[in-house]
Write a protein that binds this ligand. Structure first.
Ligand code: UDP
Ligand code: MG
Length: 315
C-alpha cells in the first residue's frame, strides 16, 4: 500500500434504490480524477425498506474500499452521519447526501481549501434548483431563526454537505449528546472553517426522505438543543403579560368603583382568557421539549444500532 492520505466519503442512505447506483458512479468518477489520495466509501443504510442494501451489496469492480453499515431500523439522517464518522479511517471525510443534490464534483474545491489548512469546509448553497416553495421557505426561515436564537453562529443555508478534518472527526466522537444536530455541533466546535458555494441540484430520482413530520421535529430538535433563548423568551413574555394584567386590573377596579357601567366588558374578558391560556400552553409545551431532551440524554441509549457491517470491496 502506498502512503497516500485517505479521504472517506460518508453517504447516508434511506430508501434510495432509485439513485444509489448513479451516485456511486458519480463518486467513483470524481474520486478517480483526484488521484493524489486513496479513497474510502462508507455507506450507511438507515433501515431502508427498499432494495438500497441489495444494490449496494452487488457492487463489483469499484476502485476503492467500500464499507456498508446497515442499521437495525431507521434511526435518522444525523445518526447515520455520526455512524459514518465513527467508522471512517480517512484523514478527512466528506459527508454527502445520497440523492446527488450535493454535487460530488465540489469535493475538489473542498480538498483545495483543506490542503490550505481549513479543518471544516462546508458547502453553502446559493441556488436551489427545482425545490418547492414550502421547502425553500421553511429552510430559509429555519436557518435565520436558529441563528437569531442560538449563541453559536451556524452558517446560513448549509446542510451536512461538508469536508471535515480528522481533528474535527475525533472531537465529534467525544460528544456524548443524543440530540444530534450535526451542522450545529460542527459550528460550535470551532477550528478553522470556510465555505464553498455551490448550486443545489434537484434530487436525481426518488422523493425527499424528510417528511413534513421529520422536518418539523428536526427543526425543534435543532432549536431546543442549541439555545436556551426560547425559554428566556417565555419568561419575558410572561413578564410583559403580567404587566398588562396589572394595568388591566387597575382599569377594572376603576370601572367597578368609580363608574356606573361595570357590566360591560364580556368580550374583553373572553379574549384575554383565550389569549393568555393559549400562550401558557405554548410555553408549557416548550418547557416539555427541554424536559424531553433531558429525558433522552439521561437514558443514555446508543445513538444507533448497526445490525450488520459489510466490506463490499477491499482494496
Ligand atoms: N436520510 C437518512 N435517513 C432518514 C432520512 C434521510 O439517512 O431518515 C438520508 C437520505 O437518504 C439522503 C439524506 O439523508 O441521503 C438527505 O435526505 P433527503 O435528500 O431526502 O432530504 P432533503 O434533501 O429533501 O432535505
Ligand atoms: Mg435531498
Amino acid at each position: 500500500m502506498d502512503n497516500k492520505k485517505i479521504i472517506s466519503w460518508i453517504v447516508p442512505c434511506f430508501n434510495e434504490e432509485k439513485v444509489i447506483f448513479e451516485t456511486l458512479k458519480r463518486i467513483k468518477k470524481v474520486s478517480t480524477n483526484i488521484n493524489q489520495f486513496n479513497w474510502e466509501l462508507i455507506l450507511i443504510d438507515d433501515g431502508s425498506r427498499d432494495n438500497t442494501k441489495k444494490i449496494i451489496k452487488e457492487i463489483k469492480k469499484y476502485p476503492f474500499k467500500i464499507i456498508l453499515l446497515s442499521f437495525s431500523r431507521n434511526f435518522g439522517h444525523q445518526q447515520a452521519v455520526q455512524a459514518g464518522l465513527d467508522n471512517c479511517s480517512g484523514s478527512a471525510s466528506i459527508i454527502i447526501d445520497a440523492d446527488l443534490q450535493d454535487p460530488p464534483e465540489i469535493a475538489k474545491k473542498m480538498i483545495e481549501k483543506w490542503e490550505k489548512g481549513y479543518q471544516v469546509v462546508y458547502g453553502q448553497r446559493t441556488i436551489r434548483r427545482k425545490e418547492n416553495f414550502l421547502k425553500k421557505f421553511s429552510a430559509f426561515t429555519f436557518y435565520r431563526l436558529l441563528n437569531f436564537l442560538s449563541g453559536v453562529k451556524i452558517p446560513l443555508d448549509t446542510g451536512d454537505f461538508r469536508l471535515v478534518d480528522r481533528t474535527v472527526i475525533d472531537a465529534l466522537k467525544k460528544f456524548p449528546e443524543k440530540g444530534r444536530f450535526m451542522r450545529g455541533l460542527i459550528a460550535w466546535i470551532g477550528f478553522k472553517q470556510i465555505s464553498v458555494k455551490y448550486i443545489r441540484d434537484p434530487r436525481f430520482a426518488g422523493t425527499t426522505k424528510y417528511s413534513l413530520k421529520k422536518m418539523v421535529s428536526f427543526a425543534i430538535e435543532g432549536l431546543t438543543n442549541f439555545s436556551r433563548k426560547p425559554l428566556r423568551l417565555a419568561t419575558f413574555t410572561g413578564f410583559i403579560f403580567s404587566l398588562f394584567a396589572f394595568v388591566g386590573m387597575a382599569y377594572v377596579l376603576y370601572i367597578r368603583f368609580f363608574t356606573q357601567s361595570w357590566v360591560a366588558g364580556w368580550a374583553a374578558i373572553c379574549m384575554t382568557i383565550l389569549l393568555s391560556s393559549g400562550i401558557q400552553l405554548i410555553f408549557i409545551g416548550l418547557l416539555g421539549e427541554y424536559i424531553g431532551n433531558i429525558f433522552f440524554e439521561t437514558k443514555n441509549r446508543p445513538l444507533y444500532i448497526i445490525e450488520e457491517r459489510f466490506i463490499i470491496n477491499e482494496r
